[in-house]
Design a protein around this ligand. Structure first.
Ligand code: CA
Length: 225
């Protein structure tokens, strides 16, 4: 098992390396985001411990770059602040787990073992329709290789359609999947999100479209059909 630790606090990085090496892991170190990303993209690691606050590229960016490149190595993000925002954002950018500093070494190794057991296979696959790519784990959407910025709800609506390309998904089905049970608004809110998605996905070469099926719902269909 070969691990990469991307951490700019050299003493912390060294002590983690010594501890993990003593447990039989091969450990590489990088002290900035640029070098870390370079190593992560070229070497076959079983898992990466990634600090959030790094010189060069921060942890979020390293993580996003790796996921965009199709690299699904398990990532444990170290967040400096004890903030929910950081933690949520770590998971949103495609990290598999996070640990707030200061952390206990015992907890770190336990989390790493859990990640290694789950491996990279636990990541949901990237959904593809036409030239649209939806990566549920990284919460990322591209159309003809261009990044499309979607709100959380827009992403969820699109993901819902992309799970069943060519099939009609009723408005109520989208509502039940994307909005929680406490939602008391009009089912037609779905139309608002569909309209926004159509605008944002109107990219040359996207190769698919959202069709309205009157009285039934919506479907995401590739252009060839
Ligand atoms: Ca740091």
């Amino acid at each position: 098992m070969r691990l990469l630790i991307i951490e700019d606090e050299e003493r912390l990085a060294q002590s983690l390396r010594q501890g993990l090496a003593a447990e039989g892991y091969a450990v590489d170190l990088a002290h900035d985001g640029v070098r870390g990303l370079e190593l992560a993209l070229t070497e076959p690691y079983s898992a990466i411990v990634l600090d959030l606050m790094l010189p060069g590229l921060n942890g979020f960016k390293v993580c996003r770059e790796l996921r965009t490149a199709g690299n699904s190595v398990p990532i444990l993000m170290l967040t400096a602040k004890n903030g929910e925002y950081d933690e949520a954002e770590s998971l949103d950018c495609g990290a598999d787990d996070f640990l707030s500093k200061p952390f206990s070494y015992v907890v770190l190794t336990a989390r790493l073992r859990a990640l290694l057991r789950r491996g990279a296979a636990a990541r949901p696959p990237v959904l593809a329709v036409g030239a649209l790519r939806i990566d549920p784990a990284a919460r990322r959407c591209t159309a003809a290789d261009r990044q499309v910025r979607l709100t959380t709800k827009e992403f969820a609506v699109l993901e819902c359609l992309a799970h069943r390309p060519g099939e009609v998904v009723p408005k109520g089905g989208i509502l039940d999947t994307v909005w929680d049970a406490a939602f008391r608004g009009d089912v037609n809110i779905v139309e608002v999100y569909i309209a926004a998605l159509r605008r944002k996905l109107d990219v040359p070469g996207v190769g698919c479209r959202i069709e309205t099926v009157r009285g039934a719902g919506y479907r995401l269909v590739p252009d060839a059909h």
